[in-house]
Design a protein around this ligand. Structure first.
Ligand code: GLN
Length: 484
């Protein structure tokens, strides 16, 4: 049962082949058996899932069920869940129980989904390996001595190991696509503003966007359709109808214009990754797509630009954790200042502190023009490059990551090499575009991801292209060996 697609689950629930309670129990048993090794979850909410499953079974019996009623999922622990700890992977929020649900959580609850738990993540979503979590690293189900990618590594590992058919996640600079690539699953980060950020703990507000991890594009389409859409409580949410993503999946990709940026195939790209990506592009050509070269001249500046903008916004957003309003408070403070200082020193981990310091520096009076303002100008250029490319092509494709999943500890002492994992993904967030990663094979036994970038609100086109590829390939059906 744990390896079924969402449409098979829908059918099984409707025909009475199994109940939602049985489905949830199967997932909980897998979590119990396997998550000791993976550490993909910070909190398991079995009781809550079963209560939701019983309610879903009633809805299914009365014919009042929607497409996701009775289907289990996990939420990244950055989404506020009323009554359930929302830690954001940090000691700072280890004791934080949100008094409200994120809009995404509220919508998926209303759709009748069953929350199995909250997934592990890099602290405050800062990282590319899930190693900066206060709760210890998540392991990659394809190879337990390797990272799952990050920051949404818990969601990616859980879906890859078939602990849950679906998971929510967020992407500020690559945190959906990079772990999806490293765990061999499908992930989509929608256009900025497509999914409400209300109740998503803020990292860098102009870049953060909620999205989906699933085994296939079809599964992702169901979940995205249920969580996308305008939300009056998020001022950056966009009022525009949501397309019926599952309905457009079967369109042909014949004539689809695919652009390949030469900047995405530069030095630093592992040869095994490049080969799998080229093979996937050849498959798209066989399906009738037309491939052309495009250029994104400012793409090599995405990382330096992102690592000014994101820390600047993080330093501002994280100023709210002062030991008074949220979470951790140091004990026995001698005075107010000592309480602030020690709460933040003890509550935050090293990477978060590094970002706060960089962000504070680039925003400070003497350096603002040289760093922050310059980064904003580059952000515009990066965005314009994409728009120019989209005059000639429908989708831009390339590798999601320069390499496959690396060993635990391999990059923890070298922040720059960690930052370079997102060399192909950060530009998309700076421009606010939608993008997906799908599995396209293996090198040395580790999964490789293909990155698909669309123009604004082209989620349907991305999911359609991804689905057509998945109709012609079976990489998305592979399950990690060694994980029963
Ligand atoms: N790895 C990038 C970072 O560390 C992106 C993280 C994310 O998308 N949340 O900031």
């Amino acid at each position: 049962m744990h390896d079924k697609s969402v449409s098979d689950l829908q059918r099984g629930l409707r025909t009475g082949e199994f109940s939602s309670v049985e489905l949830v129990e199967t997932c909980l048993a897998r979590i119990e058996a396997l998550d000791g090794r993976l550490n993909s979850l910070i909190t398991v909410t079995g009781e809550r899932a079963l209560v939701q499953a019983r309610a879903a079974d009633k809805r299914l019996a009365t014919g009042d069920a929607g497409p996701l009623t009775g289907i289990p999922l996990m939420h990244k622990d950055i989404l506020c869940t009323r009554g359930v700890r929302t830690s954001c992977g940090s000691r700072m929020l280890d004791n934080f129980i949100a008094p409200y649900d994120a809009t995404v959580v509220e919508r998926l609850d209303a759709a009748g989904m069953c929350m199995l738990g909250k997934t592990n993540m890099d602290e405050f979503a800062m990282g590319s390996s899930t190693e900066s979590s206060y709760y210890g690293p998540t392991r990659n189900p394809w190879s337990l001595d390797r990272v799952p990618g990050g920051s949404s590594g818990g969601s990616a590992a859980a879906v890859a190991a078939r602990l849950s058919p679906l998971a929510t996640c967020t992407d500020t600079g690559g945190s959906i696509r990079q772990p999806a690539a490293m765990c061999g699953i499908t992930g989509i980060k929608p256009t900025y503003g497509r999914v409400s950020r209300y109740g998503l703990v803020a990292f860098a507000s102009s870049l953060d966007q909620g999205g989906v991890m699933a085994r296939s594009a079809e599964d992702a389409a169901f979940l995205l359709a249920a969580m996308a859409g305008f939300d009056a409580r998020d001022s950056t949410s966009i009022e525009r109808p949501v397309e019926d993503y599952p309905a457009v999946l079967s369109d042909s990709v014949a004539g689809l214009r695919i652009g390949i940026p030469k900047e995405y195939f530069d030095q630093g790209l592992e040869s095994g990754v490049a080969e799998r990506v080229q093979e996937a592009l050849a498959e798209f050509e066989r399906l009738g797509a037309v491939i052309t070269d495009v250029s994104l001249p400012h793409a090599p500046l995405s990382i330096p630009t992102y690592y000014v903008v994101a820390p600047a916004e993080c330093s501002s957003n994280l100023s709210r954790y002062d030991g008074v309003r949220f979470g951790y408070r140091a004990e026995n403070a001698s005075d107010l200042l000592d309480m602030y200082k020690r709460s933040r020193s003890e509550g935050f981990g090293a990477e978060v502190k590094r970002r706060i310091m960089v962000g504070t520096y680039v925003l400070s009076a003497g350096y603002y023009d040289a760093y922050y303002l310059k980064a904003q100008k580059l952000r515009r250029r990066i965005s314009e490059d994409f728009q120019k490319a989209f005059e000639r092509v429908d989708v831009i494709m390339g590798p999601t990551t320069p390499g496959t999943a690396f060993k635990l500890g391999e990059k923890t002492d070298d922040p720059i090499s960690m930052y370079l994992c997102d060399v192909y993904t950060t530009g998309v967030n700076l421009a606010g575009l939608p993008a997906a990663s799908i599995p396209v094979g293996f090198t040395d036994g580790l999964p490789v991801g293909l990155h698909l970038v669309g123009n604004y609100f082209q989620e349907a086109r991305l999911l359609n292209a991804a689905h057509q590829y998945q109709q012609a390939s079976d990489w998305h059906l592979r399950m990690p060996r060694g994980i029963a």
